[in-house]
Design a protein around this ligand. Structure first.
Ligand code: NAD
Length: 955
């Protein structure tokens, strides 16, 4: 604090140039509409190939904010420059009043060109050079001013999605190492410039599930780079990435250390980055020191706070993990940073620490810590940031400072820049507060060693408040994976006996007779039964995953997600029943009591498909039961055993055996008989549109009461991609949505409609990404795509693919080496038009169509397919996304993400048109359809007058 205060004053007395990150954040804080709009524009505008879309994007983002509002402060130059340019832009852009036609169009194009230029200029402040030579020349020029500077070059780009990407990054890293090596020599890695590399750029499948390939394919590439760096005696740092790669990265690191110890034992330049926001950070530091000592090496370790915080939190919540892998309080990260710094300085024999921070308090604390000790170390900052603070620091200390310097085209820079803006733009960030003169120096430099003022985020389990989130498993973590693998190995599927006509009749009789008793069980008790079942299922995650792998041939990740969904259904419907089905008192005239009561309709028939044999099965049954119905449950022919186990679990949890009976058998006989039975008071069906129609006709053909049919059926699901979308994000979403679960999800992507301006690039990347998928035995962690359900499905999909080979243009097909039965290689075809897609192919088959012109016309064509289940939209134009969603006659719309894996209560699921009747499963309107309603009106004045009114009067 004492040390750092003068630095802060120094920085504030000499403000950063108007283009620095600090100034930018001050002018347009991320928390403001303007800041967000600028950031979004900067991220996307440069990659948009066509003028039309660029104009739409600019208008969309600039239209959201008030750039022309008067401002004050030392950065008027930027403010007035941008304000007038942007105010002018807004006048010219579509939607503005005034001139129209050609003049307006020309005006808009000029404005967009100016905005592009402005963003390029902005980008230039954060990238050292477009290529390594330019960057090195710039580094030399900066060094002439500040001799303590060293550089670590970072070649910008998204992670590799394809082998071609990876080879391109490898070549670019190698060229950079060679170019740096050609510079001044013999100063050793600490005093000379180095390079930072990302392993995710060098291999498209750098993830725990592909561990063998990581060692077989990625390791030799990193080794090639390490050798080149060792020969040049320079620093090569492996950057830190997401926490689910942490252990894998340490294993790769150690394998490289072993090779270095053999081939280059003198080299002191190999290193990695450690993130202090990881709760495991301190252990990582000790582990790295251990690896160094084991192999007789010394490493360079960059200590950072961490750049993926928001993503880590989201992933832990989505996956229902037991805790977060990162600290949820900013100041806990700061404390961890200091603890790690101390540990690193303590490992001086094995580690040369590189402290990367822009926080004056942290820098002061580190200099204090190191004071008087003999440990050598350096500080690091990002190019374009923290220059003010380090100017002050270097004025009073001769500590070496290294600049982390992005190198690349502006296009690639912007995603990086946005990440940095997000990281530093938070109100709690030091850089943000430094720029704000309202924050006083004492507060800015306050010690992080204070207890948290308020609790951080709720744990992933508490995400939904009172309703516990289902427990997930982190498959990247051996300890959590092991019980699942064990359960899968031990799972045995037993034959389930088919119900005969007599058994069906007897069961229906029992269920019919049991209805009044079950319906009278208090709501709270029925709900409690579901919650008990949920807890039991949650605890038996591994066992049910085993059954799902063996009976439904689902991959590991899919199994975990499915058991979780079933647990969520049970808990959600229990809550919904209590909230929505309780007796409601209604307003009315005095002297009368009115109430609305809901109760079960009677005997409900639930018919489910094989693709979610646990979740859909349990969801239907739970909803029907909690509403007060008894249930005849018919699972799909292919998957009766999982269903039988689930029914047993429900019985154990307290559902009376007479209230729920499993009736297994072919749809054409058992299913048909159940639908036709005169005692059936309603049918809940999920499956194909064709069967839904048969059931509908059966019900319509019966005499007696007209009963409800809840039908959830298939879809021809499209994803619309415009030219503002980021191709890497699109490809991730496409591959997951079209091919995961072997395309056997009703929500799966069937039809990708991509703007012609980016279609070639996107299609090429999809082709490349398809090559990297692993098709095989679903019981193996490495498998991305398992087999299809049965021989009939296999033959059907195959014949469709053969037809498409004749009628359409093949884009790509995943190579398959496994001999596991019924594998269908993911395959993609390009078609001429949307109308060429005639039906749902329930497998890993993707159709691609290009679009141009009017997106509204594209939406109309998708609507014209008649289905309405899921829709993906990829665009950075927010108003466009909303317009598409409004025009789409589709049940579940997903923007800028994949379009599968709806979560109970979060994305209630179900479609319209040919895709189903609704109401949505896992949504607030579902239970009503299982109920009959009754009002009860009591004339309270009947016996002798209105006591209530009279009592009020006498007051
Ligand atoms: P399917 O229609 O062949 O079978 C579904 C169920 O209906 C099975 O239990 C089957 O035995 C039964 N059945 C078949 N004929 C019957 C008849 N005449 N009378 C009564 N019951 C009969 O569907 P599937 O192949 O099991 O599942 C795949 C289909 O389900 C796809 O079209 C998919 O899109 C759809 N699906 C929709 C959703 C959704 O929520 N919208 C969810 C999953 C699957």
């Amino acid at each position: 604090m004492r040390r750092a205060a003068p630095w802060v004053h120094g920085v504030r007395d000499t403000p950063a140039p108007f283009w620095a990150m600090e100034s930018l954040l001050r002018e347009y804080p991320i928390s403001s509409a303007e800041g967000l709009a600028l950031m979004r524009l900067a991220e996307a505008l440069l990659r948009v190939p066509d003028a039309e879309t660029a104009i739409a994007l600019t208008a969309d983002q600039l239209g959201k904010a008030e750039f022309d509002a008067p401002g004050e402060g030392p950065h008027r130059m930027l403010a007035s420059l941008s304000a007038s340019a942007i105010a002018m832009s807004k006048r010219f852009l579509p939607g503005a009043e005034g001139e129209s036609g050609l003049l307006k169009r020309l005006g808009a194009q000029t404005v967009v060109a100016a905005t592009v230029r402005a963003i390029q200029l902005l980008g230039r402040q954060f990238v050292l050079g477009r290529h390594i030579s330019e960057a090195m020349a710039e580094a030399d020029s900066q060094r002439r001013q500040q001799t303590q500077l060293r550089f670590s070059y970072d070649m910008l780009g998204e992670g590799a999605r394809t082998e071609a990407d990876a080879q391109r990054y490898l070549a670019s890293y190698l060229a950079a190492v060679e170019r740096i090596a050609a510079g001044p020599r013999n100063r050793g890695p600490e005093a000379s410039d180095g390079i930072s590399i990302k392993l995710s750029a060098l291999f498209s499948r750098y993830e725990e599930s592909q561990r063998d390939r990581v060692f077989a394919d990625l390791l030799p590439r990193v080794w090639q780079l390490a050798q080149a760096a060792a020969r040049a005696d320079m620093n090569l740092t492996i950057d830190a990435e997401e926490s689910d790669r942490l252990e894998l990265s340490l294993d790769v690191f150690e394998a490289l250390a072993a090779r270095i110890a053999q081939a280059h034992p003198q080299w002191r330049g190999f290193g990695l980055a450690v993130q202090s926001y990881q709760t495991r950070a301190l252990e990582v530091v000790d582990e790295v020191a251990r690896i160094a000592r084991t192999h007789g090496l010394r490493f360079m370790v960059r200590l950072v706070k961490g750049a993926y915080w928001d993503g880590e939190i989201k992933r832990a919540q989505e996956a229902g993990l037991a805790g977060y892998p990162v600290f949820t309080h900013k100041h806990h990260t700061d404390i961890a940073y200091l603890a790690c710094a101390q540990a690193l300085l303590g490992h001086a024999d094995a580690i040369y620490p590189q402290f990367a921070t822009h926080n004056a308090g942290t820098i002061g604390a580190i200099l204090q810590m190191a004071h008087g000790g003999s440990a050598k170390f350096e500080m690091q900052r990002l190019h374009g940031m923290g220059e003010g603070i380090y100017r002050e620091v270097m004025g009073v200390s001769d500590v070496p400072v290294r600049v982390y310097a992005p190198v690349g085209e502006h296009r690639d820079l912007l995603a990086y820049l946005v990440r940095r803006l997000l990281e530093n733009g938070a109100n709690s960030s030091f850089v943000h507060q430094l720029a704000d003169p309202q924050v006083d120096v004492d507060a800015l430099l306050a010690s992080p060693l204070v207890p948290a003022a308020q609790p951080g985020l709720p744990m992933p389990a508490a995400l939904y408040g009172a309703r516990p989130n289902s427990t997930g498993a982190d498959l990247a973590c051996v300890a959590q994976r092991e019980p699942l693998m064990h359960a899968i190995a031990g799972a045995r599927i037993e034959a389930v006996k088919e119900a005969s006509a007599e058994q069906i009749d007897a069961a229906m009789q029992r269920l019919h007779a049991a209805y009044p008793r079950w319906n009278e069980v208090p709501l709270a008790e029925r709900a409690a039964t579901l919650r008990r079942a949920a807890d039991a299922l949650d605890a038996r995650l591994a066992e049910f995953c085993g059954l799902l792998v063996k009976e439904a041939h689902k991959t590991l990740g899919d199994c975990v997600a499915e058991v979780r969904e079933a647990v969520d259904f049970l808990r959600y419907y229990a809550d919904q029943a209590e909230q929505r089905l309780a007796v409601q008192t209604l307003p009315g005239p005095t002297g009368e009591h009115n109430e609305l009561r809901l109760h079960g309709r009677g005997l409900f028939v639930c018919i489910s498909p094989w693709n979610f044999p646990l979740a859909i099965f349990a969801g239907q049954v739970a909803a029907a039961l909690v509403a007060g119905n008894t249930v005849a449950a018919k699972p799909a022919e292919q998957t009766p055993f999982v269903a039988q186990r689930m029914v047993a679990l429900l019985h154990e949890a307290g559902v009376p055996v007479d209230a729920l009976v499993l009736l297994h058998g072919p749809g054409e006989t058992v299913g048909a008989a159940l639908a036709a039975d005169r005692r059936t008071a309603g049918v809940c069906f999920t499956g194909s549109t064709a069967v839904a129609r048969i059931i509908n006709r059966t019900l319509a053909g019966k005499d007696g009461p007209i009963v409800p049919l809840i039908a959830e059926t298939g879809g021809i699901n499209a994803m619309l991609v415009d030219s503002t979308a980021l191709p890497e994000q699109v490809v991730d979403a496409v591959v997951q949505s079209a091919f995961r679960s072997a395309g056997q999800r009703c929500s799966a992507l069937r039809l990708l409609v991509v703007h012609e301006g980016i279609a070639d690039a996107v299609i090429e990347m999809i082709r490349g990404a398809m090559q990297e998928l692993v098709v095989g035995d679903p019981a193996l962690l490495a498998t991305d795509v398992g087999p299809v359900i049965d021989g009939e499905a296999f033959a059907g999909i195959r014949s469709h693919v053969e037809r498409l080979r004749r009628e359409a243009r093949l884009i790509g097909e995943t190579p398959v080496s496994s001999t596991f039965a019924r594998l269908i290689a993911p395959v993609a075809f390009e078609l001429e038009s949307i109308a060429d897609v005639k039906q749902e192919i329930f497998g890993p088959v993707l159709h691609v169509v290009r679009w141009k012109g009017d997106i509204d016309a594209v939406v109309a064509q998708v609507n014209a397919l008649g289905y309405g289940l899921t829709l993906g939209i990829q665009t950075r134009i927010d108003s466009r996304a909303l317009r598409i969603a409004n025009a789409a006659r589709i049940g579940n719309v997903y923007v800028n993400r994949n379009m599968i894996g709806a979560v109970v209560g979060v994305q209630p699921f179900g479609g319209e048109g040919l895709s189903g009747t609704g109401p949505k499963a896992g949504g607030p309107h579902y239970l009503y359809r299982f109920c009959a309603e009754q009002t009860l009106t009591i004339n309270t004045a009947a016996a002798g007058g209105n006591a209530e009114l009279l009592a009020g009067l006498s007051h």
